[in-house]
Write a protein that binds this ligand. Structure first.
Ligand code: HEC
Ligand code: HEC
Length: 363
């Protein structure tokens, strides 16, 4: 099946582009001398972002430090429909700030109404993901960002097309010049700037964080507080074994891949092999990356296929022990011992995880 941001060809193109200037890459061997590569190194002053309460220090790669200018350029690119072939879709169409940076649909719709096979995950706190996508097929945000632009099911554009479109529009040149010291538009610069912006899409300082890390004993309701205990208790909810809570911060993900049995068909077969598509390891059949639970109230429907509509449906799914299949994770088992109140307390806890960013994203 074709999954969104199919990465094989795009990633190798980007890898080559990192070594060879894009122009040479496109012109082939006809050219005698290669033009000097256009650096995607930020030109402005490097800044450190203060992350909201409950998050660890922000990991930023050495070759793409944050500057105000790259973040501003990335912000504008993220909301620009110029990145899609027919000018109809931006990153924000599927990762919409008012829908928790996702799209409210079970699976996403791209250019020309084409449907992908998976639910759009939130971009919130994606800066902390050790691998990107439900199956972890992209190493980082830089590698991820040009994927959707070139994906035929998503923005359906070409690298030459995007570069030509932005280069021909006088609005963009000063922004690229401010960010990188020269006005050239390249895919590497586009990807780096979008990644810089995405690193600012953070959420923390929720009621949970104010209770757990801020010393505010009254921040959580009684129900949410009981829910937190059930969430952590191995003999009760056993949720934190995968949706981790650390001593000084909580990302609610172990950044690992697990099979819960989501997406079985009527015959009980997996309809999406998930992580197995990347590793081809038998044990990875139907395994998907543990998603963050931050701002989870905003990002329904849930799971990699968007098959569960509400948090109550998610809890019921876990109470039933997921869907039995030969690869189901050993930590997923029936939770029928949870009382009705335990179940509503878990939902109250999940609702306490909606927090705020370090600043407001501009549109
Ligand atoms: C047509 C809808 C659509 C568009 C447009 C789109 N995305 Fe996505 N995005 C998705 C889907 C669906 C996935 C999950 C695909 C998968 O895991 O196989 C995804 C995954 C991601 C992820 C990985 C998050 C995670 O937790 O693994 C990031 C980051 C992301 N997109 C950023 C972007 C950026 C930046 C753009 C614009 C350049 C963009 N997306 C455009 C639908 C879209
Ligand atoms: C074995 C690891 C594991 C355990 C234990 C676990 N989860 Fe998950 N959780 C996952 C994975 C992996 C997914 C995505 C599965 C998929 O889409 O196929 C997920 C998805 C979710 C989602 C949907 C998130 C989204 O953005 O779509 C919620 C909510 C959730 N889990 C809450 C819980 C709660 C509450 C518990 C405890 C009752 C729990 N989880 C226990 C690994 C786990």
């Amino acid at each position: 099946m074709r999954t969104p941001h199919t990465w094989t060809s795009a990633s190798s193109a980007l890898a080559s582009a990192a070594l060879v200037p894009v122009t040479l890459f496109l012109a082939g061997c006809a050219r005698q001398t290669a033009p000097p590569p256009v650096p995607a190194k930020p030109a402005g002053a490097v800044i450190t972002l203060n992350v909201p309460l409950g998050l660890p220090p922000l990991p930023v790669p050495g070759n793409n430090p944050l500057t105000r200018e790259t973040m501003a350029l990335g912000n504008k690119l993220y909301f620009s429909t110029a990145l899609s072939k027919d000018g109809s879709i931006s990153c924000a169409s599927c990762h919409n700030p008012s829908l928790g940076f996702s799209d409210g649909q079970p699976v996403s719709t791209g250019v020309g109404g084409k449907k992908g096979g998976r639910n759009a995950p939130t971009v919130i706190n994606a800066a902390y993901n050790s691998l990107q996508f439900w199956d972890g097929r992209a190493a980082n945000l830089e590698a991820q960002a040009s994927g959707p632009i070139l994906n035929p099911v998503e923005m359906a554009h070409t690298a030459e097309g995007v570069v030509a479109k932005l280069s021909g529009d006088p609005e963009w040149k000063p922004l690229f010049a401010a960010a990188y010291g020269s006005p050239e538009v390249t895919m590497d610069r586009i990807a780096a700037a979008i990644a810089a912006f995405e690193r600012t899409v953070l959420r923390g300082n929720s009621k949970f964080d104010r209770y757990q890390y801020g010393g505010d004993r009254n921040a959580l309701s009684a129900a949410a507080l009981r829910g937190l205990e059930i969430f952590k208790d191995k003999a009760k909810g056993n949720c934190a074994v995968c949706h981790t809570i650390e001593e000084k911060y909580a990302l609610f993900t172990d950044n690992l891949f697990h099979n819960l049995g989501v997406g079985l068909n009527a015959e009980g077969e997996l309809t999406d092999s998930g992580r197995h598509q990347v590793t081809e390891r038998e044990g990875d059949q139907g395994a998907f990356r543990t998603p963050t639970l931050r701002n989870i109230t905003e990002t329904a429907p849930y799971m990699h296929d968007g098959s569960l509509k509400t948090l109550k449906e998610v809890i019921d799914f876990y109470v039933g022990g997921g869907n039995a299949n030969p690869h189901r994770d050993k930590e997923i088992k029936s939770l029928s011992h949870l009382t009705q109140r335990d179940r509503t307390d878990l939902v109250a806890f999940l609702e306490s995880l909606t927090g705020e960013g370090p600043h407001k994203e501009q549109k």
